[in-house]
Design a protein around this ligand. Structure first.
Ligand code: UT7
Length: 330
């Protein structure tokens, strides 16, 4: 049986590095507070030529190169994002144009920080219906454009970037059932207010959207989100492992959403895994929402941290709330 496998990864980050020391001059904060409470030291901020679609396309080109495919061979482009360049067309359509992926259909998916996990799951479902499909799955964000730079509760946390992977169907690898094994995905819209980003103002005075502010920014009740994130991710991970009859000790690498080093550590403790088995780059890039997991996946792949047969666990939590975990055999 053919399963969805990842045959190439790529990532792209803006050139501009924003340090904690610079933030000290912008809001009442300190390198000490940010480092101790979040683990973040720097984040990347997009500039000219680094719109979400452009970062996404750059990451996609690198993934195509590793996969040994041309853009024309792609059948579908999926982008998980909450910061598309425009409401319409989708970021995925702009990536299709940038790449010249003329045969591909393309659409965006909004699941906030869980966007890449949701998109990967959608790709898996398409591969089940046609294993020959070549699908580009991307997580890409420019959160710097949606952050209130006067709000110290949020502006120190977020960054910009994109990660991508090429997925297609492939046969099992010897004894191993290679590829995308399973996922558990969840949502709870009742808690939306704890972490949200309003849309653009509406123009119809009869609709509530007309009352929205002109420059909506991310709003977050951090402590509450933290509490839910720790519990929800541990629960999703437990369920996907139990579903597949796998113990945490069998995992080769865990790539969690990169929001806060304390959340990542608590997950590692919950799984009784040493931190060496958990990929961390939140210190360099901060929270890039849907892009954190595919950026980390590309780094891990290029560092040779993934060998054939390895069990890889991905897990995320974000606005919606949305959360989940997926299990892949490399
Ligand atoms: O990606 C989607 C999921 N997002 C997350 O998972 C984020 C989850 N939340 C978090 O990572 C953490 O809650 C934060 C990093 C956002 C905040 O850390 P915390 O330990 O939960 O701090 P807190 O919100 O409880 O705030 C503690 C204090 C407050 O001061 P008072 O009220 O105790 O006087 C804040 O005003 O820290 C203050 N504070 C800051 N101080 C210096 C908040 N932000 C800052 C700051 N610099 N940047």
């Amino acid at each position: 049986m053919k399963r969805a496998v990842i045959i190439g990864t790529g990532s792209a980050l803006p050139a501009r590095v924003l340090t904690n020391a610079e933030l000290e001059g912008m809001v009442e904060t300190s390198d000490e507070w940010i480092t101790a409470r979040t683990g973040i030291k720097t984040r990347r901020i997009a500039g000219a030529g680094e719109k979400t679609s452009q970062l996404a396309a750059a990451a996609a080109r690198r993934a195509l190169a590793l996969a040994g495919l041309t853009p024309e061979e792609l059948d579908l482009i999926l982008v998980g994002t909450i910061t598309a360049d425009m409401t319409m067309p989708s970021c995925a359509c702009l990536v299709q144009k940038e790449l010249g992926a003329v045969r591909a259909f393309a659409f965006d998916l909004n699941a906030a920080c869980s966007g890449f996990l949701y998109a990967l799951d959608v790709a898996d479902k398409y591969i089940r219906s046609d294993p020959d499909l070549k699908i580009m799955v991307i997580g890409a964000e420019t959160l710097s454009s949606r952050v209130d730079w006067h709000d110290r509760n949020t502006c120190v946390l977020f960054g910009d970037g994109a990660g991508a992977c090429v997925v297609t169907g492939a046969e099992s690898n010897g004894n191993h059932q290679r590829g995308y094994l399973a996922a558990k995905l969840y949502a709870d819209g009742s808690l939306w207010e704890l972490l949200h980003l309003e849309g653009a103002p509406g123009h119809n005075p009869d609709l509530p959207g007309a009352a929205l502010t002109a420059h909506p920014s991310i709003r977050m009740y951090g402590r509450e989100v933290f509490r839910h994130a720790v519990r929800a991710m541990a629960d999703a991970v437990g369920k996907v492992l139990a579903d597949q009859g796998i113990t945490p000790a069998q995992l080769s690498l865990v790539i969690p959403h990169q929001a806060n080093i304390r959340i990542i550590r608590s997950l590692a403790e919950h799984l009784a895994l040493p931190l060496e088995k958990v990929y961390v780059n939140v210190d360099k890039y901060g929270n890039t929402s849907a892009a954190t997991i595919p950026i980390a996946l590309d780094e891990a792949n290029r560092q040779g941290r993934l060998a054939a047969g390895d069990l890889l666990l991905l897990c995320a939590f974000g606005g919606g709330f949305t959360w989940g975990a997926s299990l892949i055999r490399w």
